[in-house]
Every structure is written in C-alpha cells, then in structure tokens.
Design a protein around this ligand. Sequence first.
Ligand SMILES: Cc1cc2nc3c(=O)[nH]c(=O)nc-3n(C[C@H](O)[C@H](O)[C@H](O)COP(=O)(O)OP(=O)(O)OC[C@H]3O[C@@H](n4cnc5c(N)ncnc54)[C@H](O)[C@@H]3O)c2cc1C
Ligand code: FES
Length: 240
Amino acid sequence: MKNFTGKVQNINKIASNAYELKISSELAEAHSGQFISISIPNKTFHRPFSIADFDKDKKITTVLFKLKGEGTNYLANLKTNDNIEFLAPLGNKFNLINKNSLLVGAGIGIAPMLFLKKELDESDIKNYLISGFRTNDEVIFGSDENVIGGSVLDNLDKIVKEKNIEIIYSCGPKVVLKEICNIAKNNNIDCFIALEKVMACSIGVCRGCAIKLNRDDKIMRASVCKDGPIFKGDEVIWED
Ligand SMILES: Cc1cc2nc3c(=O)[nH]c(=O)nc-3n(C[C@H](O)[C@H](O)[C@H](O)COP(=O)(O)OP(=O)(O)OC[C@H]3O[C@@H](n4cnc5c(N)ncnc54)[C@H](O)[C@@H]3O)c2cc1C
Ligand code: FES
C-alpha cells in the first residue's frame, strides 16, 4: 500500500445521484474487491471506495460513487487534471474460483461487481451479473435483462436454481447481504461478500472497523479494511 498523487482523467455523472471518477496515477496493480481511500481537503479521514475498474496498461483506476456528504460532494466537483491523493491498493481481493458464478450488486454495490465480472470474463469463468436500483434514475449499469427494478432479492432464489449457480458474490447494504448469505446457505453454495464499515485509518491500525467472524467454530475479530473487505458469508457474525 502506498500514497499516490494522481490526476482526474475524467469525471462523469452516471445517474441522478452517482458519478464515475477515472484517476490516472502510478498505481500499477489492483484486483477486484480491493479499494482506494481518497484524501479530502480539511478532513481528517480519507473516504474509501471500491475499485470498479483498473486499466493496467493505461494506469487508470475507476471508482463509482454515490453522493452522500461533504467528501463525495467535494469529489463530484473535481475537474479533469485536478490532483487527487489516495492510498491504494487496500484490502483483500476476490479469489477467482472456477464455478458458475452469480454476481449481485445492490445500488452502488455494483462497483466492485463490475471489476469482478471483468476478471471472471478474462479467466473464462461463466458468470451472471444482476443489479438492483431503487428507482429508474438511479440505474448505473445494465440492460433490461439483468437490472431488477427494485430489490435484487426478488427472484434471487429462483435465479440460483434455474441457472445452476454454484457460488454467489455480492456487495450492497447489510440487510441485502445478510439475506443473500441466507439464500446461499439454503442452496448449499458458497457466498463471498464485500462489507462496508465506517473507516478511520483504512490501513488496519485503529481497529475502528472491526467485525466478528466465526471461523472453524472460533470467534475472532477482523478488520474490514485489512482482513476484508471480502469475507466468506457464512463466517460473518452480523451485529447492528
Ligand atoms: C471498503 C468500502 C468500499 C466502499 N465503496 C464505495 C463505492 O464504491 N462507492 C460509494 O459510493 N461508496 C462506497 N463506500 C462508502 C463511502 O466510503 C461513503 O459513502 C463515503 O465515505 C461518504 O463520505 P462523505 O464525506 O460524502 O459522507 P459523510 O456521511 O459526510 O461521511 C462522514 C464520515 O462517515 C464515513 N462514511 C459515511 N458513510 C459510509 C459508508 N457507507 N461506509 C463507510 N464509511 C462511511 C465517511 O468516510 C466519513 O468518515 C465504501 C465504503 C467502504 C468501507
Ligand atoms: S479503519 Fe482503522 S483498522 Fe480499519
């Protein structure tokens, strides 16, 4: 992990409340599941964002972000060639497993799923991507075929059965992830999820992003920023 000073290559509004930000920098390697943490002027803490795409040849890192508070509003007003400071690459990555895969992105949770889809496609691993957005003007990605109007949970169990899905990957709000883990468990298949937790340091030092896992019948603590953000669904102990 290093601190990079990159330049905004492009910023585009892609939905009523979301933007695509492309950053050119010296970052040379990144994988799906990993994230970057962007410095915001006059703010103590960086803001974490999943990597939605990484172009190794052109050295361009893409993130998709939803407007939330001061940090994301600052990012939305950046212009081409503005400097941008960030820590990267952060966190663990998705393992590419050669199984018939279902990728489920709920809302802005589509971001890491797009990068994962690219890596699975490049490895010739069969996969289906579905995404769900609350309203039509929030739709970021997809065609009629794979965008579910409303909740991605509608018909998910049916899709898993019909398409003989062997593994699920997902990112989205906690309530959705929890239900997806249940659907995976009921179908006796593995599920890997990208978790979000409010972060201070983003690099495994402050322990502010700790969660509990049940691994091999032992309860252990893990940092979302360093041990995650990707976790095996059936190991996560869901707390409020
Ligand atoms: C590993 C990871 C990956 C993420 N990937 C994306 C992504 O690809 N696209 C996207 O739009 N958002 C993503 N988020 C959420 C994103 O970090 C927050 O929306 C963003 O930090 C909000 O900053 P703000 O200053 O605009 O909002 P404010 O609400 O003003 O932020 C105040 C503080 O709370 C923190 N915070 C607020 N919401 C969240 C949240 N949901 N998760 C973590 N910290 C939060 C901020 O970092 C900041 O420290 C991710 C979060 C994590 C942990
Ligand atoms: S945010 Fe500091 S340990 Fe994860």
